[in-house]
Write a protein that binds this ligand. Sequence first.
Ligand SMILES: Cc1cc2nc3c(=O)[nH]c(=O)nc-3n(C[C@H](O)[C@H](O)[C@H](O)COP(=O)(O)OP(=O)(O)OC[C@H]3O[C@@H](n4cnc5c(N)ncnc54)[C@H](O)[C@@H]3O)c2cc1C
Length: 325
Amino acid sequence: MSEKLLVIGESRDGILRNVSFEAIAAAKKINPNGEIVGVVCGNEDLENQAQELIYYGANRVITVKHEKLAYYTSEGFGQAISAVIEAENPDAIIMGHTAVGKDLTPKLASKLEVGLISDAVAIDLDGDQVVFTRPIYSGKAFEKKVIKDGLLFATIRPNNITALERDESRSGTVEEQAVEIADLRTVIKDVIRKAADGVDLSEAKVVVAGGRGVKSAEGFQPLYELAEVLGGAVGASRGACDANYCDYSLQIGQTGKVVTPDLYIAVGISGAIQHLAGMSNSKVIVAINKDPEANIFNVADYGIVGDLFEIIPKLTEEIKKLKAE
Ligand SMILES: Cc1cc2nc3c(=O)[nH]c(=O)nc-3n(C[C@H](O)[C@H](O)[C@H](O)COP(=O)(O)OP(=O)(O)OC[C@H]3O[C@@H](n4cnc5c(N)ncnc54)[C@H](O)[C@@H]3O)c2cc1C
């Protein structure tokens, strides 16, 4: 039984990403009575982030503040987290399966000479055995994996394991750990984001995705308006990205981002297998397409057959009215 579970928190612009809280819930599933130790690294004031981890269920949080950790690098964060792992000697480590998680955790696992279960979407107990469920073959099947011996190390897919309710009455301790960080071979001077505004696509609860049917970059505007009233993010098919209607950072699918929002609205997307690989595990799928035979309707919970240019503005209007009531 894992007694001490380390949760690696991840922040952006000084704000913890939701998957950090989901990782705490994942640790609780592994052992509801274990000690959950959060860790956050950076060069900003980490006290608030540490408190947030505690409100979401961490018993103790370690902060590592260093000027070389101002931006994520696998070298810098690798050294910092390795030092925490060495000091804490946890029985389990959990992190989000994000771009940072995907980069950092295999390197840590290799250094620790342990296995890693990546991209888990569910965690269950079978007696004392912890069973991780993860999608394979681009989401067409699921496999169940266990680690029979030694450290449990896993990443979890965002939006699949529900975080505990934030509770300010939860208390815990925050400790700062001083870590020596050797000179980094890569130094990031500045980060210029392509999409600075709005909700992060990988973690959005609502995604409005447009395809080649949207027909132009201007055609995406009504999708942005719908996403805004729903508090969601805009995504796209590769067809739309290839046609230059939007940036490749919005691409969802086998060679793009994998998303699992509560609501996925596919607009003018035919539903190619490579697109389904990135969104078919969304909780509710709504498809809007003028072709009643489009494959996207085979995975949709709700389908609207019609012209997206008529339907989307009406939908946005109706949702605005509902919100105003
Ligand atoms: C190796 C490989 C990797 C790939 N990776 C990805 C990936 O990661 N993501 C991805 O998306 N694709 C990927 N693809 C491409 C994929 O095969 C499809 O070509 C692509 O998804 C098609 O995009 P689409 O659905 O937007 O376009 P289309 O297939 O052209 O579909 C457009 C749809 O819009 C509908 N439409 C048109 N006008 C309207 C209207 N006015 N109102 C309503 N509906 C309308 C049409 O009926 C049609 O169904 C990959 C392909 C390969 C070979």
